[in-house]
Design a protein around this ligand. Structure first.
Ligand code: HEC
Length: 139
């Protein structure tokens, strides 16, 4: 009986720690967590890309098309693009389950870390951009 109480106590303690740690996450950390779970599979943990997947780290495309970032992530992108002088002609699916806040976190992480651009955006900025996308959902 005592062992059971101890185990339940330990699990409860663990849960509290996890919840506390989540509560302390800064938006940039949230962006990192999102990046690692939603983007790193293709673009790599360090954003370097590989084979058919273009890099995000030091991508001149990323810098030139900052206004399109939210649209690319939300609606996806297809057709030929040139990133750092290399042509890519693939398809990236959009993720319309992402909220404006999540896209803002992602954007602040990606641009802050790899885009040499520390200007932070918020969810209203992202919503404004999403209202002006030319793209349609890539499925
Ligand atoms: C299943 C693979 C895959 C995933 C997951 C993925 N991408 Fe992509 N991404 C691609 C491909 C392929 C392209 C190139 C599309 C083309 O050729 O038109 C691309 C292009 C891009 C571009 C424009 C080109 C560049 O390198 O600057 C950006 C920005 C981008 N992705 C961001 C993201 C972000 C942010 C996420 C996570 C929310 C993400 N991608 C998730 C495959 C993926």
């Amino acid at each position: 009986m005592k062992v059971r109480i101890l185990i339940i106590g330990l699990i409860g303690f663990g849960l509290v720690i996890v919840l506390l740690a989540r509560g302390c996450e800064s938006p940039a950390n949230k962006g990192e967590a999102l990046y690692l779970s939603k983007c790193a599979n293709c673009h790599g943990d360090e954003g370097k890309g590989f084979s058919i997947y273009p890099p995000l780290a030091n991508s001149n495309y990323l810098v030139k098309n900052k206004d399109d970032f939210a649209c690319i992530v939300y609606y996806g992108i297809e057709g030929e693009i040139t990133v750092n002088g290399q042509k890519y002609s693939q398809r990236m699916l959009g993720d319309p389950t992402l909220s404006a806040t999540q896209i803002a976190n992602l954007m602040n992480y990606v641009y802050g870390k790899w885009g040499k651009d520390k200007t932070e955006v918020n969810s209203e900025d992202v919503e404004r951009r999403l209202n002006n996308c030319e793209s349609k959902l890539v499925k």
